[in-house]
Write a protein that binds this ligand. Sequence first.
Ligand code: DQA
Length: 149
Amino acid sequence: MTCTVYLLNGPNLNLLGKRQTEIYGNTTLADIEASCSTLGTELSLSVRSLQSNCEGQLVTWIQEARDYGAAIVINPGAYSHTSIAILDALKAFEGPVIEVHISNVHARESFRHDSFVSLRADGIIVGCGVQGYDLAMRRVAKILADGQS
Ligand code: DQA
């Protein structure tokens, strides 16, 4: 059976390619989702791509992943730095979780240096641009394959 990866993006990431392009680049979220889907096929993974500006919606999708997802790749956006609710939801998920940040949050404002989500993440990819999503997909594939052997 094909494993499903939940690719979750948080607030304002729907504006990728239009918002602060000097920080986040010109690639759109649709481009990222298409690229992860193609890579997923190569890695024998199916990808469920979801984006919301609402914290509760992200929590609901993380809970859904408990039943239907093998792994989560998440860029929680600004909620990384504020959301105990997202952390708690991720703690209730048993599969691998990889946190992605397009920008190098550690080279930015100090309020971006801490992430609640990092307390649960099995891996964190920071400052690799949108390539971070591909790296996260490959990491998830490796963890899932190792777990099956
Ligand atoms: C971000 C970094 C966050 O601090 C910011 O709020 C975002 C995007 C990133 O991908 O670099 O919205 O998660």
